[in-house]
Design a binder for this molecule. Structure first.
Ligand code: NDP
Length: 483
């Protein structure tokens, strides 16, 4: 009777709070898992103190590699783990520039050239006040495996600055971009390292940086992607990350006999990735009802007005609160009114969720709210938007969960298509590039899902994506020798 009583208590506790099992499993995982990986984490803690986002990304990848390391001792023999967590090169530099008042401003610049086993370093530049060495390192680390998953010849890199573009005049943006490139230009090149955009870096910033690179290097080459269509950019690059993320969701759902058609979807963010996620959701017949920025969120039950959103964010560069001036039936919630420690976007009942703003924007409580409201699919447009515990819950409940490094790889894949067009001096049509993007997203899904099945966890795309990406890079590193 006592035994049954204890079982009953545990069962009701689990139903009320799935975290119990998730935490239990993750403690077990870490307990059983080898001192080998613990040694690597100790090394990272000692040599790169306080880089919390980087540890989070490294833990997620390395723990899921365990079955691969058990099966193939060659990776341990060649010390691939120890080598892959250490960037090939990290560049940190000072960026001086003059603001409109003639005052000197100083920012930090970063470029991390993490791994070139599969091709030239490739990854975006982020301009945001939260940027620091740990953030750039986590983004660069994720980029290695993401780029490998695309099946294209690109290595992993990332960069940026703690410069805040908000509220700056166009001239200030230009002067900052020129100052940033006046150091970066000596480290990059069309066959060496090819940066792109990320948070705070769009076509305008890429234009100013390209202009400065061309002047300093005296070369007109495809050294940056995300360029304007008028001078070397690729059609679909602007749309690629958002479109790709929805294609990924479509593939995950198709494998379960489901579709997005007619379904309520929630999206966070209102930048490049969010806008084109919303656009592709409409193409698929879905109903995207939310978007957000760092100050608040919009809930528009009739569906987000995409033309209005594009005008506010791409032309006016306005705050999202302006949206309700034009759509009075929509609801705006400022972040001060969010439930404590939560992101209100994830409390809106939906079938599918598309986190498209920034890292750690969806925590365990948010994940529980999504599941309690019937959410069946999470496809990550942003990099590492879900916290480790939220990810564990998605994996454990076996919903269709697409981790960022797989689901948002469409952006970098289309950047590589831009590089291919630049190198061959050709331009492909929108339809050609879009068809290639859709096929690449399908291949990424198939590669992650067949790898997950190979290791006995068919729905676990975290494990599948990490192992599939890692294996490509690791095998190339072994074949290229100790360099
Ligand atoms: P944008 O700068 O175009 O938009 C970012 C959006 O996220 C804005 O709405 C911004 O709000 C919001 N945001 C940024 N930081 C925060 C924060 N700390 N809290 C709340 N909201 C925030 O960037 P992208 O759309 O290009 O990038 C979004 C995500 O997608 C990032 O994680 C990026 O790394 C990832 N990604 C982007 C790719 C691309 O091709 N652009 C490729 C792959 C991944 P606000 O304007 O108020 O700051």
């Amino acid at each position: 009777v006592y035994f049954l009583y204890v079982l009953y208590i545990l069962f009701t506790y689990y139903i009320k709070n799935r975290l119990f099992l998730v935490e239990y499993i993750s403690i077990l995982k870490k307990g059983i898992y080898m001192p080998y990986l613990e040694e690597v984490f100790n090394y990272l803690n000692r040599t790169s103190p306080a880089q919390t986002e980087f540890y989070q990304a490294a833990e997620e990848v390395l723990y899921s590699l365990q079955p691969l390391l058990d099966k193939y001792p060659k990776y341990r023999k060649h010390k691939i783990i120890e080598r892959i967590v250490e960037p090939e090169r990290q560049i940190m530099f000072r960026v001086n520039w003059l603001d409109d008042n003639g005052e000197i401003q100083v920012n930090k610049g970063f470029r991390i050239e993490f791994n070139s086993a599969l091709g030239p370093y490739k990854g975006g530049l982020r301009f945001h006040p939260s940027v620091n060495a740990g953030v750039i390192k986590f983004l660069g680390f994720e980029q290695i495996f993401k780029n490998a998953l695309t099946g294209l010849q690109i290595g992993g890199g990332k960069g940026g600055s703690d410069f805040d573009p908000k509220g700056k005049s166009d001239n200030e943006i230009m002067r900052f971009c020129q100052a940033f490139m006046s150091e970066l230009f000596r480290h990059i090149g069309a066959n060496t390292d090819v940066p792109a955009g990320d948070i705070g870096v769009g076509a305008r910033e890429i234009g100013y940086m390209f202009g400065m690179y061309k002047k300093l290097a005296n070369k007109y080459e495809g050294v940056l992607t995300g360029k304007s269509l008028k001078w070397g950019g690729s059609l679909v690059r602007t749309e690629a990350t958002g479109y790709g993320c929805v294609y990924f969701a479509k593939n995950m759902l198709a494998a379960r006999g489901e579709t997005l058609e007619g379904k309520r979807c929630v999206v966070s963010g209102s930048g490049n990735v969010a806008i084109y996620t919303i656009e592709k959701l409409y193409h698929m017949g879905a109903l995207p009802i939310t978007c957000s920025d760092s100050k608040g969120m919009i809930l528009d039950e009739e569906g987000i007005d995409l033309l209005l959103l594009k005008d506010l964010k791409e032309n006016q560069r306005a705050r999202l609160s302006e949206y309700i001036k034009y759509r009075p039936k929509a609801q705006y919630t400022p972040i001060e009114k969010y439930p404590e420690g939560r992101n209100a976007v994830w409390s809106v009942p939906c079938y599918a969720a598309f986190p498209s703003a920034t890292q750690n924007e969806l925590n365990l409580e948010d994940a529980k709210a999504l599941l309690a409201n019937g959410c069946k699919c999470v496809s990550e447009g942003a990099n590492m938007p879900s916290t480790a515990k939220a990810v564990d819950l998605f994996v454990e409940t076996k919903i269709a969960y697409g981790p960022g490094k797989a689901a948002n790889a469409g952006g970098v894949a289309t950047s590589q298509l831009e590089m291919a067009q630049n190198a061959s001096m050709l331009s492909w049509t929108f339809e050609e590039v879009d068809a290639k993007l859709e096929q690449i997203m399908k291949n990424i899904f198939q590669s992650a899902s067949s790898t997950a099945a190979e290791f006995g966890q068919p729905t676990n795309l975290v494990l599948g994506a990490n192992i599939a990406g890692f294996r490509k890079v690791a095998d190339a590193m072994i074949e290229q020798g100790l360099v």
